[in-house]
Write a protein that binds this ligand. Structure first.
Ligand SMILES: O=C(O)[C@H](O)COP(=O)(O)O
Length: 204
């Protein structure tokens, strides 16, 4: 029996719209983000997906995304597990800065290294490797054992915490994962075998 894992990046946030580094800051969704979350909820419902388990981060944009999806899926009376392990990577001193202003100040190349290198953290923040070091142990301890039992789990989280999971689940190299962009509201669905290994990635 295979388990099912659905990863969803939160809908567009107010700071995505303003082009600001967000990290652990806590803006809510925009109107567009609300509609992206609702559309993903409708798509999961249309695909006949009914999760047993629901996880999100400690940040509003991901929690709100999950709430809107559940509303569209008509799911009530459930337990949602929130954990900081699923938070976006901490952007440190860049948090709240405009991404174009940062490029003008530090140069295109340096900002790209901070955003998309595997193990170079932005000043005072977390690299993707640092993010994986908290996201993966949480996934392996709390979520993977349930997938191995054949359960369906839905995770609403963030671009870089989800990248850390995608890298491990698909067995991607640092180069491969850094080339993978996850759009706001985008769902990724995996079937996971009883041995915890990836069986297939399903495109919704
Ligand atoms: O925290 C942020 O600013 C975004 O959610 C992700 O930003 P990135 O695409 O620069 O990693």
């Amino acid at each position: 029996m295979t388990g099912t894992l659905i990863l969803v990046r939160h809908g567009q946030s107010e700071w995505n719209l303003k082009n600001l580094f967000t990290g652990w800051r806590n803006p809510d969704l925009t109107e567009q983000g609300i509609e992206e979350a609702r559309a993903t909820g409708r798509a999961l419902k249309a695909a006949g997906i009914l999760p047993d388990l629901y996880y999100t981060s400690a940040l509003r944009r991901a929690q709100h995304t999950l709430d809107l999806m559940l509303e569209e899926m008509g799911i009530e009376n459930l337990t949602i597990t929130r954990n900081v392990a699923l938070n976006e990577r901490d952007y440190g001193d860049l948090s709240g800065l405009n991404k174009d202003d940062a490029r003008a100040r530090w140069g295109e190349e340096q900002v790209h290294v901070w955003r998309r290198s595997y193990d170079v953290p932005p000043p005072g923040g977390e690299s993707l490797k640092d993010t994986a070091a908290r996201t993966l142990p949480y996934y392996e301890a709390e979520i993977l054992p349930r997938l191995k039992q054949g359960k369906t789990a839905l995770i609403a989280a963030h671009g870089n915490s989800l990248r850390a999971l995608v890298m491990a689940i698909e067995g991607l190299s640092p180069e491969e994962i850094l080339a993978r962009e996850i759009a706001t509201g985008e769902p990724t669905l995996y079937r996971i075998g009883p041995d915890g290994k990836l069986v297939e990635r399903v495109v919704l």
